[in-house]
Design a protein around this ligand. Structure first.
Ligand code: SF4
Length: 302
């Protein structure tokens, strides 16, 4: 009898990156030394937030009045902040800790270098994403573009354009957009520094390999995590059915009735334990499918 047990495949690169892991660890260490508030979402992950709540870490925002924050220390998230914001909080009387990922710092320094070399700043990314806000805050004329339609925001007279990217944008999208920008501004010098981070690139390319052998992809991560969303979009683009879930409780058995090869990946802010819990739930679904098939076969024989 042919088994229809659903096969579950994990991506070769998935889940939490070193930048997020380090930020979480550092925040828990800081919390053990006194009262602390994270300014923003440390990472876009509800389980991480709950763990921080349990450790007594309070939540604030970069826009808060320092006087309204009861904690003695404040913590910048892995997404980074503008230098002016860092300076302002350093002068606020609060003790300041910074968990900015080194690869986000690289994006900041790259943009600074371009501007110092006389290029007008353009950032590829989501205008309202905290990392992008941090990148552009110190450059009032910076333009944020997400697709070709946004090129109209770039002033016509700009003849030297310096481009960096939000670290979690798909690198293929970024490279295509830079080529289109060059084509649309043939008279301008467009200098591009690739600031998409390696963990994002690894997860995107691993997804490509995974999609080649799967009909369905489950992407695990916070609903507002940019790179998790990008993985789900890419999986659809590669011809798979894709489902973005935050936890195993979001999975529905009906999604997998016809699935034979299910791939699992996760965004860079997703905890290993959440991915493992999703895999375990999928294994239960697989066992249930097998049981149902045996039942049908027995009915046919009877
Ligand atoms: S996604 Fe990339 S840039 Fe962001 S924290 Fe992780 S390693 Fe750093």
């Amino acid at each position: 009898m042919k088994s229809k047990q659903m096969k579950i495949n994990l991506a070769t690169h998935y889940g939490m990156c070193f930048g997020v892991r380090d930020a979480i660890q550092k925040t828990h260490e800081i919390a053990q030394t006194g009262s602390a508030a994270v300014l923003g979402e440390l990472v876009h992950n509800p389980v991480v937030r709950q763990n921080l709540d349990d450790a007594g870490v309070s939540a604030g925002t970069l826009d808060d009045d320092p006087g309204s924050i009861a904690a003695d220390a404040v913590i910048f998230t892995a997404h980074g902040v503008a230098d002016s914001v860092r300076k302002s909080w350093s002068e606020s009387g609060k003790e300041v800790f910074d968990t900015t990922c080194p690869l986000v710092r690289k994006a900041h320094r790259s943009l600074e270098c371009l501007v110092l070399a006389g290029f007008k700043p353009v950032v590829i990314g989501r205008y309202d994403h905290v990392e992008v806000r941090g990148l552009v805050t110190d450059f009032p004329d910076a333009v944020v573009v997400l697709d070709e339609a946004d090129f109209s925001e770039i002033p016509g007279p700009w003849d030297k354009i310096g481009v960096v990217s939000q670290t979690t944008q798909p690198v293929t999208h970024v490279e295509e957009l830079v080529s289109k920008l060059r084509a649309s501004r043939p008279a301008a010098e467009v200098r591009f520094i690739d600031t998409v981070c390696q963990p994002t690139k690894d997860r995107q390319s691993a997804l490509q390999e995974l999609a080649a052998k799967c009909d369905t992809i489950v992407v695990v991560g916070g609903s507002n995590s940019n790179n998790t969303r990008q993985l789900a979009v890419k999986a659809e683009g590669l011809g798979c059915r894709s489902f973005h879930v935050e936890s195993p409780d979001d999975l529905k058995f009906s999604w997998f009735v016809k699935a034979e090869n299910v791939g699992v990946t996760a965004g860079t802010s997703t905890l290993d334990e959440t991915v493992q819990a999703v895999v375990r739930r999928l294994e239960k679904f697989s066992a249930e499918k097998r049981r149902m098939e045996l039942f049908d076969t027995l009915k046919e024989i009877a």
